[in-house]
Design a protein around this ligand. Structure first.
Ligand code: BTN
Length: 242
């Protein structure tokens, strides 16, 4: 695994995509202290000030391409597992499809982009602060680290580098599992941390909002929603409202 560090870039995601498109597809992580053109999902801007984590990974993909979108569950799980050694694990949950929540609020974002034979994973994590004025609850890691740990000789929270080291390890292992064993083990681990499972939720689709009971995660990664009339709806893309 190669790690490249920068003070400032436009977007770490663009750097790994350039490597992929130049056919330099070896496992690589690019991290920057700040980004001037951070990108989020749906072409939204990703505000990227110093103190948070901005990283993108490039991985070769050799398995069935239909499994590729399921990598987003691997990444969300890896973030959850990494944070479990910093804060109380009961605070952490996963919101379909790839959000990580701490105390019910969003703590970062994941952006997957792929081409033939490769996959890029962009991760932005709120470590020291979070942007204000978001349309949903937002938080950052430091706010949940017990004070006793911060006062210790070796602070538990030492910045983004050790977090990326753990994250990349969990992601490498998870992608290996996904490509060799399929989605089942990932699905099970994700479900054990799922937010709002069995509860009534509202999902924003492009053309409508639907409300129902979050029954389970399908074997293809779909959110399965039981509607009021008893039918089961499989949702492959949408936003669960917080
Ligand atoms: C989202 O919209 O929730 C996904 C946000 C992804 C942000 C990360 S920060 C590192 C990488 N570089 C980018 O420009 N975007 C991703």
């Amino acid at each position: 695994m190669k790690f490249l560090y920068f003070d400032q870039v436009g977007s770490t995601q663009d750097i790994v995509k350039d490597l992929a498109q130049a056919d330099e597809i070896e496992p690589t992580w690019v991290m920057a202290d700040r980004q001037t053109k951070g990108r989020g999902r749906r072409s939204r801007e990703w505000v990227s000030r110093d103190g948070n984590l901005f990283a993108s990974g490039l991985y070769p993909w050799k398995a069935d391409p239909t499994l590729k979108p399921l990598a987003s569950f691997v990444v969300a799980l890896a973030v959850a597992k990494t944070f479990e050694s910093y804060i109380n694990p009961v605070l952490i949950s996963l919101k379909w499809p790839n959000d990580v929540l701490v105390a019910g609020a969003k703590i970062g974002g994941i952006l997957l982009e792929a081409g033939e034979g490769w996959l890029t994973i962009g991760i932005g994590l709120n470590l020291q602060h979070h942007p204000e004025d978001q349309p949903y609850p937002v938080t950052h890691l430091l706010a949940h680290i017990p004070e006793a740990d911060m006062a210790g000789a070796e602070p538990v929270f030492a910045g983004a580098d050790p977090i990326l080291a753990q994250l990349s390890k969990f992601i490498t292992e998870g992608l290996e599992t996904l490509q060799t064993k399929g989605f089942a083990p990932i699905r099970e681990a994700w479900l054990s941390r799922a937010a709002r499972l069995g509860e009534t939720i509202t999902v924003n689709l492009d053309s409508e909002q639907i409300t129902g009971t979050f029954e389970t995660l399908g074997e293809n990664g779909a959110l399965q929603l039981r509607l009021g009339d008893g039918t089961l709806r499989n949702i492959l893309a949408g936003d669960v409202l917080l």
